[in-house]
Design a protein around this ligand. Structure first.
Ligand SMILES: O=C[C@H](O)[C@H](O)COP(=O)(O)O
Ligand SMILES: C=C(OP(=O)(O)O)C(=O)O
Length: 451
């Protein structure tokens, strides 16, 4: 199918778009992006689609992770490496402890735009309350609470492209250039909080892996997979000016692909069946995700699948469910049951973050580690009961020792959040919490084989 024009999409009044003061400046940014080289290749997107098809059959587990919102300031070698390192560690834990291949997907190199509950933000100042446009991610405006900073600036769309290119370039270098070599399994644990029992547990596991690698090498088996990993990028394709400008026709197949990421997903707030986002996503050939929250019905899921994946192609569509720990056990089964009964091909992935956010007594937006864990457990329980496949998880995490989520082995409490709260929108698992989660999910995977 052909790509709808940007004007056609705009005529559908897409939700969650910035109100730019100067449309001419947006058109200039879009024109510049249309000339820019692709960040990913269509063939890589197809490879990821095949891997997600394996996930939906229970032959692999999808681990998606990264920041809630990337920022331009954090495009540094240390920051990208730290994030990648934890994802690699989580992946090794899941693979080794549960004997399942892991498909690795970063929420990175493009995750710069955020949907918001409110268009405005009000803060108390010495002169009384001040209301300004909400921060919508670095792709749109600045986090500083000043009128100038909060004006949407289309030049930021070009900055997203440049920041994504730099990040992806570094990630590609890390994953193919030796950093992701399994023989580095110990090195990834360097400078970890040594007292953490999960870092110690990881260290023991790394020792076992190293012995296994030495044995394999001794018997002459040293496959390429030990030295490099496949890693893919993803983000919420929210800003249609940017996503449309980054859509190209693949020279091999003459089909349209979004070349800003391997996988893109539709958020909970923009998945209206007749909306502009669904219309855009229908036209691209990448593997795509669609969030489903507690208001989604089984009929919504079926209608979305029919529209987004009319050919019922395996690996094309992933439903990323985010019900919240309290609702997942009641809310998810009707969807999975009906979608499965209709023979719809879909990979089911749990987002245990977005249904579990609350404001702490200290004013910080946070989540409880136990709720995150409980939602994933609920997700596994539902699939186990229905005989379907719990295909993976998507988490908001960082490689740094931030304090944004309460609980976990470090027992961060609501007062501890102030120690190092750095997220610009939603709270993320820190390094120790991410590793802890990986060990706990590996146990769930072991007791609920995906296949
Ligand atoms: O990450 C998801 C959303 O962008 C976020 O939860 C919305 O947050 P808000 O309710 O503070 O706008
Ligand atoms: C905004 C997000 O989630 P949701 O659309 O599920 O709220 C997100 O994953 O960044």
């Amino acid at each position: 199918m052909s790509i709808p024009s940007l004007e056609q999409l705009q005529a559908l009044h897409p939700a969650q778009q910035p109100t730019y003061p100067d449309r001419g400046a947006v058109d200039a940014a879009v024109a510049k992006l249309r000339q820019s080289p692709p960040l990913v290749f269509a063939g890589e997107c197809d490879e990821l689609k095949d891997k997600i098809a394996a996930v939906s059959r229970g032959e692999a587990f999808l681990l998606a992770g990264g920041d809630c919102a990337e920022t331009f300031a954090e495009v540094t070698a240390d920051n990208v490496r730290n994030k990648l390192r934890v994802l690699l560690q989580m992946s090794v834990v899941l693979t080794y402890a549960a004997s399942v291949p892991v498909v690795k997907l970063g929420r990175l190199a493009g995750q710069y735009a955020k949907p918001r509950s409110s268009d405005t933000e009000t803060r108390e100042t010495p002169d009384g309350p001040v209301t300004l446009p909400a921060y919508r991610g670095d792709a749109v405006n600045g986090i500083e609470f000043t009128p100038e900073s909060r004006i949407p600036d289309p030049q930021r769309l070009v900055d997203v492209y440049n920041a994504s290119a730099a990040t992806l370039n570094l990630v590609r270098a890390f994953v193919t250039g030796g950093y992701a070599d399994l023989r580095q399994v110990h090195t990834w644990n360097n400078d970890f909080v040594r007292e953490s029992p999960y870092a110690q547990r990881y260290e023991l596991m790394a020792g076992e892996i190293e012995r296994a690698l030495t044995f394999m090498k001794a018997i002459g088996a040293d496959p390429d997979e030990f030295h490099r990993v496949d890693f893919h990028s993803s983000h919420e394709a929210l800003l249609l000016d940017y996503e449309h400008a980054m859509t190209r026709i693949d020279s091999r197949t003459q089909l349209p692909y979004n070349v800003s990421a391997h996988m893109v997903w539709i958020g909970e707030r923009t998945r209206q069946l007749d909306g502009a986002h669904v219309e855009y996503f229908r036209s691209i050939r990448n593997p795509i995700g669609c969030k489903l929250g507690p208001t989604a019905t089984a009929d919504d899921a079926l209608a979305l699948a029919a529209r987004l994946n009319p050919a019922n192609e395996p690996g094309r569509l992933t439903f990323i469910t985010r019900f919240g720990a309290q609702k997942v056990r009641d809310g998810l089964p009707p969807l999975v049951e009906k979608v499965t009964a209709e023979g719809v091909q879909v990979a089911w992935v749990s987002d245990p973050m977005h249904g579990n956010t609350f404001e702490a007594s200290t004013g910080y937006k946070t989540r409880r580690f136990d709720d995150v864990l409980d939602e994933i457990q609920g997700f596994f329980d539902v699939h186990r009961a229905l005989g379907t496949v719990p295909g993976g998880m998507m988490v908001e995490m960082t490689g740094d020792d931030v304090t944004e989520i309460v609980g976990g082995g470090e027992e961060i409490d609501e007062h501890g959040l102030a120690h190092r709260y750095e997220s610009v929108v939603d709270p993320r698992l820190n390094r120790v919490q991410s590793l802890e989660l990986a060990f706990l999910v590996a146990e769930m995977l072991r007791s609920t084989p995906t296949g």
